[in-house]
Design a protein around this ligand. Sequence first.
Ligand code: FES
Length: 150
Amino acid sequence: METDRREFIKKALYSVLALLGLGFLIPGIKFVAPGEVRKKELAFFPLISEDELPRLGVKKTELVFSVNGRERKTRVYIVSSPKGPTVFSAVCSHLGCLVNYQKEKNEFVCPCHGGRYDLAGKNIAGPPPAPLTRLPIKIQKGVVMAGLKV
Ligand code: FES
């Protein structure tokens, strides 16, 4: 009985040491401490072709991106002004509902609690505590690319 217990402890100890050793020897194996958060990095994804940019006004579209090989999409608005295009995430800064563009008011309105944003993305009424998230953009070979932290 005592021998079984000692044998079990010895095997458990060797297993832990073997796992730790593998972690040091094989670079692909990474131990993640509980609570450790992977740092998000900015990556650019194609949004629309440069020809499709509205000259003035607002265009609703979806940004398709990938995280860990999984394809995802999120609604964004492209606001074109004489200063150039700006891209905003449609995710409301209050509780994350998707805002809609209301042409007659020239505002973004959140259907959940009535939050309102102007065309610069600034929160102007209702509960949203912050502006809409503005996505960095760049144009590469005629394609408008929008940046997300993934
Ligand atoms: S989630 Fe948009 S106002 Fe509450």
